[in-house]
Ligand binder design. Sequence first.
Ligand code: AMP
Ligand code: MG
Length: 496
Amino acid sequence: MLPRSSSPAPLFAFDNTYVRDLPDYGARWQPEAASKPRFAALNRSLAHALGLDEERLAGDEGLAVFSGQVVPPGAEPFAQAYAGHQFGGFSPRLGDGRAVLLGEVIDRAGQRRDLAFKGSGRTPFSRNGDGKCALGPALREYIIGEAMHALGIPTTRVLAVVATGDMVRRERALPGAVLTRVAASHLRVGTFEFFAAHRGPDWVKKLADYAIARHDPALIDQDDRYAGLLDAVCRRQAELVARWLGVGFIHGVMNTDNMTLSGETIDYGPCAFMEAYDPATVFSSIDTHGRYAYGNQADIAQWNLARFAETLLPLIDPDQKQAVERATARIVAFPAELDAAWLRVMRQKLGLPENTASATVDRRLIDDFLDLLHRHQCDLTLAFHALTETAAGNPHAFSRVFAANDAEAAAWRTAWEGQRDPALLDAMRRANPWLIARNHQVEAALEAATERFDLAPTERLVAALRAPFTLDPALARYAEPAPAEVTAAYRTFCGT
Ligand code: AMP
Ligand code: MG
């Protein structure tokens, strides 16, 4: 029967490969319905990129969907299984304890995207958790995801945040929320670890074939495709972490369950952008030993990728010794690869041309600058932005960062002026943001939302962060570092 002309098209054109191809890799599960939902955020630009009807999403129909009250036609909610190394120790059963994958859609660019809820109630993977999410952490994920996206850094993004009308019990009672996350996929290193630990190579192979079809289709017909998958994941992570380092981003919980195969940043819990440059910076209140400090992120990425490689060993070569040798060689190559990506990022920031011959002097120049920032406790973002301004001919920019009589800084500047290429000014402009999501601004926005359900500060902040490279005096307050006493005490708490 043809649909009646009055019946509207489905809100989403779901096509759910994960539940279709891997029905045993988790459990079908219905989200819980919120009692009194209202929108806390709707990401219209993302809705547009997904080819969705923004007006319908913004209305009652969208609210009913994003609050779990109505499972939209075509959605097949599914809690995914995964394991993970958390702070170095193996947790064999994690999984979507407060999340469900709703389904997959194809966006306007032709890319397949997961839509998933977080905070939609208990699942078979919840263990002792309540399956809920508080409004503040949900909005943090929205804000930081939009900031990262605008900076050009691969990231999952939040499509909607709905306040449920229910309270969640944390150290104190907090308003609850459900967020809808959009991701290139939710395949994690931890997904592979789960099936390697509990099921064996045939299951890992099926998962790897799925991952290849989804993220690296060029490998499908290659005999060596599992080594190829390891290689591709390493390449994406090298690029991603180098980009994080360039903007001072600290993920905070780089557990293997929070590392994607897609190369997108995922799970914005206790994360933050560094202000004063210091590689030892840690923000997470639970990271007491600094495992996930800014300056450790490259090493941790390699450690996580080694865990990924281990799950693929039986697929890489039937001869275990051969497999170990090949996987080890790939993992051992990772630091140099990340370092090369980092050098590329830093050269853009300084306006230095790509040139193999000058790598050593360029490195020295970069290291010397970072060392100056460290010793003078300079704000990373503003210092690099001042270099762009200096290159653009602003005579005051450099002295806003370093005192005019600072001989070391002056000597560095002379060396830099001799090495940089004036033709790369535009590249510098694109590499050195003026705005990052500053912790005190993020906290103020989250507090207004949590205490008064005042979403205006969040929306103003997100609007500003969407144009991070443009200096706009009207937005100057967003560019200012936090007062030192705020930064010293700043800790972000786990995304619960
Ligand atoms: P995360 O720290 O958000 O990366 O989560 C790590 C693991 O803990 C995942 O398996 C989550 O599903 C689970 N988890 C975190 N918070 C909760 C919660 N409130 N209820 C149930 N599971 C949770
Ligand atoms: Mg996680």
